[in-house]
Design a protein around this ligand. Structure first.
Ligand code: ACM
Length: 269
């Protein structure tokens, strides 16, 4: 299977341009699965909830899903991308998995980061895993990385590849995703963005270094800290079936869930 990320630098608010620019780049090399960054179509730093309201789209009825679907249908591929979704007046930071047949999966970011809480509702869908060309594909978004439960749940649901659209600000994630790969025996694709955005007194610079890791924690591809980067990698999916670390240790069968009860108990603020 051939998988790819495109580390983009979207122009804030210019959905049509950002989508076209991304697809023109993806068209340069064939892959089975392409992963684009978080909010790749809109940009990230919304001035207000009202401003976001002009950029949100319905999923799957909105234009961006339509254009991505057309690309997937003509090329027999799948795309994971994150877009700003509206549903019954609520805004979600969502990731979509599009295949030649249309919308295959949708995830709404569960762990909102910093100012996202001003604009979005926290996700209200379970972590999901869907099959494309025999690969089980799981979705999580950016700050979900700091909660190892997210990748664990996806892996327990059978994910071979965790797709991770991101707009990373902090610098810890890429190293953490190496561990997420090892502890779950999965591939991870972190598609981050680059560039800066400013709204009033806030300026954010995104940290690049998009990467693909394999189930042994090897970094198969890593983009630079600055600049757009499109990278394609061939992977051997059978590696995700080998969950044994030693002849006597299995990543999942050795779990002692009865000792993990605190993990599922809500924590008081
Ligand atoms: C993030 O979740 N965009 C840091």
């Amino acid at each position: 299977m051939r998988i790819a990320f495109y580390q983009t630098s979207p122009v804030y608010g210019e959905i049509e341009y950002n989508v076209r620019e991304a697809l023109e780049t993806l068209a340069a090399a064939r892959a089975d699965l392409y992963v684009l960054p978080e909010l790749f179509s809109t940009g990230y730093l919304f001035g207000s909830r009202k401003e976001l309201g002009r950029l949100v789209e319905r999923v799957p009825e909105g234009p961006t899903v339509g254009v991505l679907h057309k690309f997937c249908r003509s090329r027999g591929c799948a795309i994971v991308a994150s877009i700003a979704e509206v549903d019954r007046g609520n805004y979600y930071n969502s990731a979509v998995l599009i295949s030649p047949r249309g919308l295959l999966g949708k995830y709404r970011k569960i762990h909102l980061f910093d100012r996202e809480r001003l604009w979005f509702q926290p996700g209200n869908l379970d972590f999901g895993v869907w099959t494309f060309k025999r690969a089980r594909i799981g979705l999580m978004i950016c700050f979900d990385w700091v909660f190892p439960e997210a990748a664990r749940v996806l892996a327990l649901k059978g994910a071979d590849i965790i797709c991770h659209p991101s707009n990373l600000i902090l610098h810890y994630c890429q190293d953490a995703m190496v561990t997420r790969s090892i502890e779950n025996g999965v591939f991870t694709v972190t598609a981050n963005r680059v560039g800066s955005e400013r709204a009033e007194a806030v300026q954010l610079t995104f940290s690049g270094r998009s990467q693909i890791t394999d189930p042994k924690g090897r970094v198969l591809a890593r983009a630079p800290k600055v600049g757009r980067k499109f990278q394609v990698v061939d992977i051997d999916l059978s590696l995700t079936k080998k969950k044994k670390l030693t002849p006597r240790n299995h990543l999942f069968h050795d779990r002692r869930a009865k000792y993990y009860k605190e993990i599922t108990r809500p924590t008081r603020r």
